[in-house]
Design a binder for this molecule. Structure first.
Ligand code: 5CA
Ligand code: MG
Ligand code: ZN
Length: 468
């Protein structure tokens, strides 16, 4: 709680996830171990998107004229855009933006591609790096200037109902993604003063990190027809008339990996959900001069049988003390460790140690060990998700009076309260508490509750929290 930020920075370095020493502020290097975690997370992500989205890849650079077309959009990003102004020694005749997000790179092309309602719906996604010159305090993975893992989806529809439906689909996709990763979340509709620049409205997923600060880990935007009008994306409808298209977009970033690390980690280091752990089992042979050969042979046999069952396994046969190996793989968060020494070999058994609850069980090597290992991996997956949701729910408190908010926030809570929904009241609450309204997570409630701030009839339940 008190030194989460220090814990987080240390673990990225000690577990060889990223190296923040790259000589540009807000940019880090993905090291091999961290890169594998990122790769497995993106595999989960793209399996969800590939069901009915097509993966594409757009250029990194965006002509200034395209970025400037959508007033609200460019207003929202003008302080964050990196510009390329020359090629070699020659100044460019038009400044080029490094994409902060890809609407202004993709939508001019959609204007060429979309002709008729039979071309619709279109559902694209790309996993790219985007660049935002964040002026607030940068933090590795959480608030970076190169967003290395920006997974953005963009969809085009022939009706507002279908776009509305797609927002719900985007939300379902993210619910599945975060459930697979064991990350708890709230889903709120951002206040209109905090929605994505150019969007009609923004639905946001927020989770809580151990320091009690909310982290926005995904957003789904209904773009209405704003960008279609700006970039002239029209289609011929069934009646032969031309209409502006209806669009949505939704995105996640490196923050998803930060949430996995921060939420499931403990004082020994990472605790990785099996689905995204580079290896799911580390076999640690206890090697003495005597019987070394036999022990290693047995370890290879075990590795092979687990790998044949689709389990990712490493044998750590380095010539260092076993205790040091236990420490290292606990730090790196491998879900299961199997220990095997000469005595275990004699008794034809191995010791299975779980990383999440550090439980030890003996497994007989006379029987199949694939199913006990698979069961343990499933248990770990379930327990990580359950523990994360339990502590998350414990940290969401509800109040009837805004004056009770600050002390709960200091305790690291998210706070919900009945709200009238008026902008000036909402801003007054942010002023009073000096923290951000995450948004509303229950619309149009049937209640005679009154607004926790101004006393007018409450229309929604709002959520407030300290945020990154
Ligand atoms: N500086 C940053 N560092 C890390 N992640 C970020 C940063 N800025 C935004 N994000 C993440 O990126 C997600 C998508 O960004 S966004 O601005 O909300 N939405 C878009 O850009 C839309 N085009 C959907 S892709 C956010 O929900 C947040 O989780
Ligand atoms: Mg931002
Ligand atoms: Zn009010």
């Amino acid at each position: 709680m008190e030194n989460f930020s220090e814990w987080f920075h240390n673990i990225l370095e000690e577990a060889n996830i990223t190296d923040a020493r790259y000589p540009i502020k807000g940019m880090s290097v993905w090291l091999p171990y961290g890169y594998q975690i990122r790769k497995h997370m993106l595999k989960v992500y793209s399996e969800l998107l590939d069901k009915d989205h097509e993966e594409v890849l757009f250029p990194l650079l965006i002509p200034e004229t395209e970025l400037a077309k959508e007033g609200r959009h460019v207003k929202g990003f003008e302080d964050e855009v990196y510009w390329v102004t020359q090629g070699g020694k020659k100044p460019l005749n038009e400044k080029l933006a490094l994409r902060p997000t890809s609407e202004s790179s993709i939508y001019p092309m959609l204007s060429l591609w979309v002709r008729s309602h039979i071309d619709l719906p279109m559902r694209y996604y790309q996993v790219v790096n985007t660049f935002r010159y964040e002026t607030k305090h940068t933090r590795p993975m959480i608030r970076v200037r190169e967003i290395t893992t920006f997974a953005e989806a963009h969809t085009v529809h022939s009706s507002s109902e279908e776009a509305e439906e797609q927002v719900k689909i985007g939300i379902e996709i993210y619910k599945k993604l975060f459930n697979e990763l064991g990350i708890p979340y709230t889903i709120t509709k951002r206040p209109i003063w905090d929605k994505f620049p150019g969007a009609d409205y923004t639905m946001a997923f927020d989770t809580l990190l151990p320091d009690g600060k909310a982290l926005q880990i995904g957003t789904v935007h209904n773009l209405g027809q704003t960008f279609a009008k700006t970039y002239d994306i029209t289609f011929e409808n069934k009646e032969g008339e031309h209409e502006y298209a209806y669009q949505t977009c939704y995105g996640i970033s490196d923050r998803v990996i930060a949430a996995i690390i921060g939420i499931h980690g403990d004082d020994k280091g990472l605790v990785l959900p099996p689905k995204i752990s580079p290896k799911q089992v580390t076999i640690i042979p206890i090697l003495f001069k005597k019987g070394k050969e036999e022990v290693l042979n047995k370890c290879n046999e075990i590795k092979e049988s687990l790998e044949n069952a689709g389990i990712r396994v490493r044998i750590d046969s380095r010539d260092i003390r076993p205790g040091k190996k236990f420490y290292e793989w606990e730090l790196k968060g491998t879900p299961i460790r199997l220990e095997l020494g000469p005595r275990d070999l004699e008794n034809n058994k191995t010791v299975l140690v779980r990383r999440d609850n550090l439980e030890k069980v003996e497994l007989s090597l006379k029987e199949d060990i694939v199913s006990p290992v698979k069961n343990a991996l499933n248990d770990i997956d379930g327990l990580l998700r359950e523990n994360a949701w339990d502590s998350f729910k414990d940290n969401i408190k509800s109040v009837e009076d805004v004056n009770e908010i600050s002390s709960l926030i200091e305790n690291g809570n998210m706070v919900s309260f009945p709200w009238c929904g008026d902008e000036d009241c909402g801003k007054a609450i942010e002023e009073l508490t000096d923290i951000d309204l995450l948004g509303t997570y229950k619309e149009d409630i049937e209640t005679d509750d009154v607004c926790a701030h101004c006393g007018k009839p409450a229309k929604h339940i709002a959520l407030i929290a300290k945020t990154y």
